[in-house]
Design a protein around this ligand. Sequence first.
Ligand code: FES
Length: 168
Amino acid sequence: MSSSGHMIDHPGPVSWSEAARREIDAIFAKYPDTKSATLPIIWLAVREFGWISPQVEVILGEVLKRPLNEIHSVVTFYTMFPQGPLGRHHIQICRNIACWLANAPELMEHLVAKLGIRPGEVSADGRFSLEEVECLAYCECAPALRIDGRYEGNLTREKIDRIVEEAR
Ligand code: FES
């Protein structure tokens, strides 16, 4: 995950499925310029491989015909691209200024105690993973988090308990 600062390898070699290759062609047909095709193709890789590992960066570089360091900067710039295996429910909690001022650090500690994992970890049962991220662009409802792509704001300990219970 991005918060841990380094990527996790896939256990073996990775390669595109036939279906993914067809989707890549379709994306290039829609965005002939590789720069605009970059994000849709990285998303396709997330769907295909679960997360972006160094091996996946290599095949992204081949497809997009861009140097590895460029691919790596795009992948690590966006917090939404997972860089390691995730739990079935992935929780991203914002640590940026509006959320920080609205008590996010204490809520993060609450979540850490509740799930028994720290940011960058996956729970032993594989159910939850946790990540600290920069602004989720939901500052008007700070403190905020995102779970499985859904936004939740105006967090309190009670609201976090409810979100976790509902996801269990
Ligand atoms: S600072 Fe947390 S959502 Fe913007």
